[in-house]
Design a protein around this ligand. Structure first.
Ligand SMILES: [Zn+2]
Length: 684
């Protein structure tokens, strides 16, 4: 949970399939997630009253959320199996360690081992970061504050804003440096201002957490509670000038290229030249400032907040960044607060955490071993055929859209034609040989890994985009669309049941992985993706009239989702989730027609388990999204994430499709979730 919050800047720009987790590809039976099964359904529920519950009711009853999780669903089922499989790889590495000359495998083994070595972790305590604290202690002037904050940036602490390189959205073949607002410790700016009870409770608990962390850093209770107040006040000031999560989704609003001299005018009290020098990139001449009003607000805080208060704030940022890798007392306190956001009842066992860290930090090194062992090459061939069929289906849909004119259509088709597809794993693997790993220094490894990642990313600023690079590891159960590269990417780990099942009939596969492919393709044409052209440049290629039509249809979807109440007085944000909801509706629609095309010239498929092919298509889609989540996580998700909760991804999609009503003729105007024709958007 916490990592999801912190990694926001890293995934900027990519539209991912689901709120993240990690996963795999299997060969063994243990813990393998179930493929589609009618046994998971609850036939006591009428499909028209709650299709999600009708398809998944029995599965939900039989799968309570495990203690160490905030949710349980097909993604999590795969992630669990994945861990077991990756663990097998680690065991093989460790068994061959004394004889092996493979340094990368050794690094993987040592990183995992260091994460398991709790004796050493306890012994070291905060020692690996004591240097950071003493740098803070030695601060005398506001220039020193800026210097230390810049220095920390290289080690994964971004006290004021994060800096990173990503494709220039108006010149998509080149990489550019960016700044992204940070400053706050709660997941999102609104947490500082909302007046509902749940938000107030989280704020109060956060203040207690801040004080406790300062006490763990050996402040006396009185000082610790004063420091907590100082931090909370500073963070509230940051929150006030932060963009909202809806503003952050607006590619035009977040595109603001500044030269260094223009930056000095925008924010004269921050030493920009010195900043880029301190982080090791003195040559940077232009930067995309994603949130200019934030930088302006932050700049005036350079004058209004005292040096002493900044020192307190920096101490907090350091301990918050590393608490999860420290000795038990820090780790426990950290979990104690963040469980209020995730709903987890217990920390996942140590081996899982150390494994996730290793699999994340040495992502493509682990990925390379993983695909060798678990990814059948035939899967790639089958996926190529499926993606090609989905492309044809979307092409056909675009050609026949009644609301779009010929001019925009030809641009849309050109974009679809040029859309690149990546399946399984990268052709070129990342090199980790420069990353130093020691078997007895967990946090030290994390610091070096942070520095390694920082340099790896920032070295690209001002250079051409590397199109071979992947934004996800092969062992991740997820998928994404990258608007700047105009490409869709499917890691190996998602290419297994219940998403992709070589042994199932076509209806099942088109309803699941077919929909996933369609979903990612549709992201190229959702409210954000449509603003990028075929070459990945942010450029308006729509006629004014077609753009208006698009808005008219999508606003129906915004209204629908705004009305979904997920917990008492907690409603889905229709604007925040619009891109994902468009991708779900478009994805399922084009998958449906790709399935129909696959049946052309054949006899209609026989009923299986009493369901027609078209029914099984929709059942398979709904079952892929089976899942339950804890209320705390649900709240965090709805407040921060662009994906609607699974139940609404299903019900909010199928009831907009005329094809669904044809497949289930018993659903009609008297069904609870029935949507009248004039209220159903037709987008893709
Ligand atoms: Zn998506």
């Amino acid at each position: 949970m916490k990592n999801q919050i912190k990694n926001v800047a890293i995934v900027i720009g990519l539209t991912i399939l689901a709120f993240g987790c990690k996963g795999n590809q299997n060969k063994k039976e243990i813990n393998a997630p179930e493929a589609f099964s009618v046994k998971n359904m609850d036939l006591n529920v009428k499909p028209g009253n709650d299709f999600f519950e009708y398809v998944n009711g029995t599965w939900i009853k039989n799968h309570p959320v495990p203690q160490d999780k905030s949710r349980y669903d097909a993604f999590e089922e795969l992630a669990e199996m994945n861990r077991e499989n990756i663990m097998d790889i680690f065991k093989e590495i460790s068994a061959s360690k004394s004889t092996s000359t493979d340094v990368i495998s050794q690094k993987i083994g040592d990183l995992y081992k260091s994460g398991m070595d709790t004796v050493k972790i306890e012994q070291l305590g905060t020692k690996p970061i004591d240097d950071f604290f003493s740098r803070v202690n030695n601060i005398k002037t506001i220039a020193d504050v800026q210097d230390v904050a810049s220095y920390l940036q290289q080690y994964g602490v971004a006290p004021f804003f994060a800096v990173f390189a990503s494709p220039d959205q108006k010149n998509s073949s080149m990489m550019i440096a960016n700044t992204w607002q940070t400053g706050i410790g709660l997941p999102e700016r609104d947490y500082y201002f909302k007046t509902d009870d749940a938000s107030k409770k989280i704020r109060e608990a956060y203040k207690v957490h801040l004080a406790k962390m300062f006490e763990l850093l050996n402040d006396d209770p009185k000082t610790a509670s004063a420091n907590a107040k100082t931090v909370f006040d500073i963070e509230t000031q940051f929150a006030k000038v932060s963009f909202t999560n809806v503003e952050n989704q607006d590619p035009q609003k977040t595109y603001n290229k500044f030269t260094l001299s223009e930056l000095k005018t925008l924010a004269p009290d921050f030493g920009w030249e010195q900043f880029f020098k301190s982080i090791g990139y003195p040559g940077i001449a232009e930067v995309n400032i994603n949130q200019p009003s934030f930088i302006k607000g932050f700049d005036s805080m350079m004058k209004s907040v005292s040096v002493d208060d900044w020192k307190i704030f920096l101490r907090w940022k350091i301990i918050d960044a590393y608490a999860g890798y420290l000795n038990k007392k820090f780790e426990d306190q950290n979990f104690d607060f963040y469980k209020l956001l995730s709903g987890e009842k217990a920390m996942p066992p140590r081996w899982k955490r150390a494994l996730d860290v290793t699999s994340g930090r040495m992502g493509e090194a682990v990925g390379q071993l993983y695909v060798r062992k678990y990814f059948p090459p035939e899967s790639k061939q089958k996926m190529l055929i499926l993606t090609d069929n989905l492309k044809k289906s979307l092409k056909n849909r675009i050609e026949n859209l009644t609301w779009m004119g010929a001019e925009t259509k030809s641009q849309a088709l050109a974009k679809l034609e040029k859309m690149n597809i990546k399946i399984g794993y990268p052709d070129k693997w990342r090199d980790y040989s420069a990353l130093e790993i020691r078997e007895d220094e967990y946090l030290g490894n994390i610091l070096r890994s942070n520095k390694f990642e920082f340099s790896y990313n920032m070295d690209k600023a001002g250079k051409p985009v590397d199109r071979t690079e992947w934004g996800m590891t092969p062992q991740t159960v997820n998928a994404y669309y990258d608007p700047s590269k105009n490409e869709i990417v499917f890691p190996a780990a998602i290419l297994q049941p219940p998403f992709f099942n070589p042994n199932a009939d076509d209806a099942i596969n088109y309803g699941a992985i077919g929909m996933v492919i369609g979903h990612e393709m549709t992201h190229g044409f959702d409210n954000m993706g449509r603003q990028f052209d075929k070459d990945g440049n942010l450029r308006d290629w729509w006629t004014a009239d077609d753009a208006k039509q698009f808005e008219a249809h999508t606003s129906l979807l915004v209204d629908q989702f705004n009305k979904y109440e997920v917990l008492d007085s907690l409603f889905i944000n229709g604007k925040l989730t619009l891109g994902e909801n468009i991708a779900d509706l478009g994805g399922l629609t084009i998958a449906y027609y790709a399935y129909q095309a696959s049946l052309a010239g054949k006899n209609p498929p026989e009923k299986i388990d009493g369901y027609t092919g078209n029914q099984r298509f929709f059942l398979s889609f709904a079952q892929m999204w089976r899942g339950t989540l804890r209320d705390e996580f649900l709240r965090t998700l709805v407040n921060t994430n662009e994906h609607s909760p699974n139940k609404f991804r299903v019900n909010g999609t199928v009831f907009n499709m005329p094809e669904f009503y044809s497949a289930f003729p018993e659903i009609g105007p008297d069904s609870k979730l029935f949507i009248p024709v004039e209220k159903r958007p037709v987008i893709w």
